[in-house]
Design a protein around this ligand. Structure first.
Ligand code: HPA
Ligand code: ZN
Length: 337
């Protein structure tokens, strides 16, 4: 028997792979465009949605960076974050560790403070309003050079007590983790947690580099690690968390049919997979939709859904006591439902 949608939506969960700029819904894009008098090359919400047909990561990134141009003020970032947390709360989300891309904003002339102050305000309000906790992960754009990421880390210095970790995103192929050795070492020296997108489009070698050179605490995506059996075994043995994003994988043609998605295989292999939305406004679903559609496509069992939910907390950067509370809440939910 398949697991009910209501059970999946309601199970307490954390989201560990979410680009806040990727939660910009077309309606909000028009609203910010009007309010900030920033032109966008679309006439209607339908036209925007129709443009979201991607054949690879770069196709998506081109339109995603263009969409981010409408974000101009702290209020915009605050509103963006609050809208995301409202949806997360409706999806059973109790915690999120959200990515943002400072260089996307500083490179078009915004001061470093605008995005981060707005996001921190939205995160604080969301906790008061919904009881949903959150952490912030500052990503470096890998298509830019390391000097740019070092400059970004320096700009973040006054905020380091409010940043949980750093990440690496944008165009993967041709931009290996090793390009960012020094900035990740500097981030580690400052006590920040380390994430990196690896093995989404890039080869297993990039996952090796993320482990050996960046010393990651989590691998974002990691799909292509499955091509390398020794690497897969290593990830299992280390208990390395993978932040897997099924609907993103489908939209960016990492998989061609959700039925071919490796989520079930990952769990059967003993990999510590989690289920996440990546850029939900662009990929057609928030976190619960990712769980539900994957469960339907590959036949996830109730126990596998519970494992994914538990992995989302044990793979988070929360303290041990908070993790234990969330695991207890999942056990109570599973007993009652
Ligand atoms: N991969 C790489 N960079 C990104 C992504 C992604 O899925 N989403 C936003 N930036
Ligand atoms: Zn991502």
């Amino acid at each position: 028997m398949s697991v009910s949608e209501a059970f999946i939506r309601g199970i307490p969960k954390a989201e560990l792979h979410l680009h806040i700029e990727g939660s910009l819904e077309p309606e909000q894009m028009f609203e910010f465009s009007r309010r900030n008098k920033v032109a966008i090359p679309f006439k209607s919400v339908q036209e925007v949605r129709a443009a979201y047909a991607f054949s690879n990561l770069q196709d998506f990134l081109d339109i995603y960076y263009q969409g981010a141009n409408v974000l101009q003020t702290e209020e915009d970032f605050r509103d963006l974050a609050l809208a995301y947390f409202e949806r997360l709360n409706a999806d059973g989300g109790r915690h999120a560790e959200i990515f943002f891309d400072p260089e996307t904003h500083t490179d078009r002339g915004l001061p470093f403070s605008v995005a981060i102050n707005g996001l921190l305000a939205g995160m604080k309000e969301a906790e008061a309003k919904y009881g949903v906790t959150s952490g912030l992960i500052m990503c470096f754009l890998r298509h830019l050079d390391e000097a740019s990421s070092l400059k970004t880390l320096a700009s973040a210095e006054p905020y380091l007590d409010r940043i949980a970790g750093v990440g690496l995103d944008s165009s993967e192929k041709g931009h290996p983790p090793s390009k960012f050795t020094r900035v990740f070492k500097a981030a580690r020296d400052r006590g920040l947690k380390i994430c990196a997108h690896a093995g989404e489009e890039g080869p297993p070698e990039y996952v090796h580099e993320a482990l050996d050179i960046l010393h990651v605490d989590r691998i974002d995506h990691g799909n292509r690690a499955l091509e390398d059996e020794a690497l897969t075994q290593r990830l299992v043995k280390q208990g390395m968390t993978l932040t897997v994003c099924p609907l993103s994988n489908l939209k960016l043609c990492v998989v061609h049919d959700l039925k071919d998605h490796p989520m079930k295989r990952m769990l059967q292999l003993g990999l510590k997979a989690t289920c996440n939305s990546d850029d939900p406004a662009y990929f057609g679903g928030y976190v619960a939709d990712n769980y539900i559609r994957t469960a339907q496509a590959v036949g996830l069992t109730r126990e596998e859904i519970i494992t994914l939910a538990k992995n989302s907390f044990t793979g988070s950067f929360l303290d041990a006591a908070s993790i234990a509370n969330h695991i207890a809440a999942i056990n109570a939910y599973a007993s009652a439902n």
